[in-house]
Design a protein around this ligand. Structure first.
Ligand SMILES: Nc1nc2c(c(=O)[nH]1)N(C=O)[C@@H](CNc1ccc(C(=O)N[C@@H](CCC(=O)O)C(=O)O)cc1)CN2
Ligand SMILES: Nc1nc2c(ncn2[C@@H]2O[C@H](COP(=O)(O)OP(=O)(O)OP(=O)(O)O)[C@@H](O)[C@H]2O)c(=O)[nH]1
Ligand SMILES: [Mg+2]
Length: 443
């Protein structure tokens, strides 16, 4: 797996398709293009040509080709592209012809992107953004991922790095000027103030990390409540299909059942859970255990209580809990008074449809509120962890007594190392495989 290999793969979706794009990257990309198309054409210009099997001379397809000479390409290598008719045999035969050429081999998952990283075209945070862009299901995910893929975090980190270098220079000057063991406050003070300002900016970006991770992973809404409350019925109504079994027998649902919704551009996972009650068989008890575990990790809990039933209290959870009165079509009004404690905010019926649109609208509003505003720059736990280490090192530098300038300088070096980790400039070996495993072949 060296950089001098030339790799190729189908980069577009699974055939059959209208068009298929086969990419070739590496030193032999140009000769591979010439072998199939007869010539390479003008750099970065698309042209229509017959593609032939180099051995037999047989026409394989008539398609578009383009050559991106290094370094001005998506990977930084020479890149050749074949835009083919997306038939299974067209693609298979073109890939087979490429595979027979000297020095060409099929790319591994994410290998084009790995080259882009190795060639300095993308930093690690941008690579992560690219993975997220390809995985994005909703508009909010796409916006955040595109910004990340365009190097937004890397750009900010580069600015912080410059400031850190400036602070280190101030500290060095202070050390040089004074007796290195005892630098007066007036000299190292400006360096300390600059470190404090930088720390504030990093903490402000870190404050958005949870939002960034929520956009990326989606919000989790857990439907919980006593057995027979109508939880699975609500899940089916939200999903608009019969995902979960609904029955009049209490204790029907045991496994947690997830559906993925797009609420006004925000990814929301809604989870139906086993009804909570005591004294049940071991299988249902396991379901209840899972229900509680899902509630503990939720961003929002919908606590369902059927009309006319005695109010049941939800278990204490970290997330906000919305009380939802179900089976509103059965509500005679008598039981309503006894539960009219102001806590219940929603009443629904999946039979009449009453309250459902409003519930969905409020969920969408909360989802947009939770993830809205200025797009987050930190979108992954890995980035947040590295930045927290930077903040910790800077925090120590700021706290440090002025009589220890070499320790101050050491804190700054640790901070710089953490910044390097965010963009993958240092300590990348452990994370690279995990990051590139997320990609498909051809990316
Ligand atoms: N056909 C095709 N479409 C694609 C890609 C591709 O590789 N092939 N991409 C694959 O990811 C994305 C586009 N990414 C690209 C990134 C950089 C360059 C490139 O040529 N960069 C040069 C020149 C920049 C310029 O002229 O503005 C450079 O950065 O030096 C091309 C595609 C999405 N669409
Ligand atoms: N009339 C009426 N019946 C409903 C409504 N929602 C659910 N039901 C009925 O209530 C019963 C229980 O519904 P489920 O959705 O299975 O209830 P659950 O909370 O998932 O129950 P468990 O999985 O056993 O905890 C079924 O017979 C449903 O048809 C409603 O809005 N109106
Ligand atoms: Mg159920």
């Amino acid at each position: 797996m060296t950089r001098s290999d030339t790799i190729f793969a189908l980069s577009s979706g699974r055939p059959p398709a209208g068009i298929a794009v086969v990419r070739v990257a590496g030193p032999n990309a140009r000769s591979a293009l010439e072998a199939l198309a007869g010539s390479v054409g003008e750099p970065r210009r698309v042209r229509l040509v017959s593609l032939r099997d180099p051995n037999s001379g047989e026409a394989l397809d008539r398609g578009l080709t383009v050559l991106f000479p290094a370094p001005a390409s998506a990977t930084g290598d020479d890149v050749a592209e074949f835009h083919l008719h997306g038939g299974r045999a067209v693609v298979a035969d073109v890939l087979a012809a490429l595979g027979r050429l000297d020095g060409l081999r099929l790319a591994e998952p994410g290998e084009f992107t790995r080259r882009a990283f190795a060639n300095g075209v993308l930093d690690l945070a941008a690579v992560e953004g690219l993975a997220d862009l390809i995985a994005a299901d909703t508009t909010a995910q796409r916006r955040q991922a595109l910004r990340q893929a365009e190097g937004a975090l890397g750009g900010v980190v580069a600015g912080w790095r410059e400031r850190l270098i400036g602070i280190a220079a101030l500290a060095e000057a202070a050390i040089d000027f004074a007796d290195a063991d005892d630098v007066p406050d007036g000299l190292i003070g400006p360096a300390r103030a600059a470190a404090a300002a930088l720390l504030g900016d990093i903490e402000a970006v870190l404050a958005g990390a949870r939002r960034g991770e929520r956009v990326r992973g989606g919000l989790t809404v857990v439907i919980a409540g006593p057995p027979n409350a109508g939880k699975s019925s609500l899940l089916n109504a939200l999903a608009r299909r019969e995902v979960a079994i609904v029955s009049a027998t209490p204790g029907t649902t045991r496994d947690a059942i997830e559906v993925h919704l797009d609420l006004d551009g925000v990814a929301v996972t809604v989870i139906d859970t086993a009804g909570l009650r005591d004294g049940v068989d071991p299988v249902e008890a396991e379901g209840i255990k899972r229900a509680l575990a899902r509630m503990a990790l939720a961003d929002l809990v919908l606590w369902l209580e059927p009309a006319g039933a005695a109010a049941a209290e939800p278990p204490a959870v970290a997330a906000p809990v919305w009380r939802v009165g179900t089976k509103h079509d059965l509500d005679t009004g008598e039981a309503g008074a006894e539960r009219d404690d102001g806590a219940e905010r929603h009443r629904i019926s999946v039979v009449s449809g009453a309250g459902l649109n409003r519930l969905v609208a409020e969920l969408a509003r909360v989802a947009v509120d939770l993830v809205g505003g200025e797009p987050a720059l930190v979108t992954r736990a890995r980035q947040a962890a590295a930045l927290r280490a930077v903040a910790a090192a800077l925090g120590e530098a700021v706290q440090r007594s002025d009589s220890a300038p070499e320790l101050f300088a050491e804190d700054l070096r640790r901070a710089a190392r953490g910044l390097g980790q965010v963009v993958g400039a240092v300590d990348v070996e452990d994370v690279l495989d995990a990051v590139f495993r997320q990609f498909c072949i051809g990316k």
